[in-house]
Design a protein around this ligand. Structure first.
Ligand code: SF4
Length: 226
């Protein structure tokens, strides 16, 4: 890991800028979920992970209460992560079709995974000022993945907040519609692709299927050229 990313990740892990979210992470980690009652939860902000020469970045909104907040890695140890990694393995982005814990030997090819917000918000609803406070970390990741060509956002909230940061940085006022598979060229020439979130609700109602997600990531790989 580069020194830049080491420093960034250390700052994220120690960050306490949003007291409401830090309190919530601690509460979840103390109360725990029944099936994880004997585990020690991570209970701190969750950094991004993956290949620092990534051409593709996959972005969610925030770590899951009993997924990332428990295991310490985004999209790890929950149902959304499970569905996502079946697809990433299928399209040869990851070396395995599961993401269970930080010691599971998971590797990503040319891909980085992170969240807009590094702490879990109550009810999955972050406050505006929390998103603003955390945006520096997210923008640092985007700016320091020097080979980045394609951004895939999982879910509308991640899509909207990624664009809020871009609009601020590049002072643009264009409208972007969130629709699965829709792609946009951003002012820094990166390609943004909207993807429905692989949440159990979307999967169970077939709003998103493995065929749809596989196709989208195959396309993302092709555009990013890896
Ligand atoms: S959400 Fe971001 S800014 Fe807020 S405490 Fe967590 S890491 Fe820090």
């Amino acid at each position: 890991m580069s020194i830049k990313f080491k420093k960034l990740n250390n700052s994220i892990i120690k960050c306490k800028k949003c007291p409401r979210l830090i309190r919530f992470s601690k509460k979840i980690s103390k109360e725990k979920r029944k099936q994880n009652i004997n585990e020690v939860y991570w209970g701190k902000p969750v950094t991004g992970f993956g290949d620092q020469n990534a051409k593709l970045i996959i972005i969610g909104l925030a770590p899951a209460a009993h997924g990332g907040t428990r295991t310490g890695r985004a999209f790890t140890g929950d149902k959304s992560g499970s569905f996502l990694f079946k697809s990433l393995y299928n399209v040869k982005i990851s070396n395995q079709n599961f993401s269970e814990n930080i010691n599971d030997d998971l590797k990503l090819d040319s891909t980085y995974i992170t969240n807009i917000l590094k702490c879990v918000p109550p009810g999955d609803k972050p406050l505006n000022n929390e998103l603003i406070k955390c945006s520096n970390y997210f923008m640092f990741e985007l700016e320091n993945l020097k080979h980045l060509k394609v951004i895939v956002t999982l879910g509308k909230v991640a899509f909207d907040n990624c664009l809020i940061n871009y609009k601020k940085k590049f002072k643009i006022n264009k409208k972007f519609e969130f629709k699965h598979g829709k792609k946009y060229r951003l002012p820094d020439n990166k390609i943004l692709i909207a993807c429905y979130h692989p949440s159990p609700r979307n999967v169970n109602t077939k709003i998103v299927t493995s065929v749809m997600i596989n196709q989208l990531f195959r396309r993302a790989k092709k555009i990013a050229k890896f």
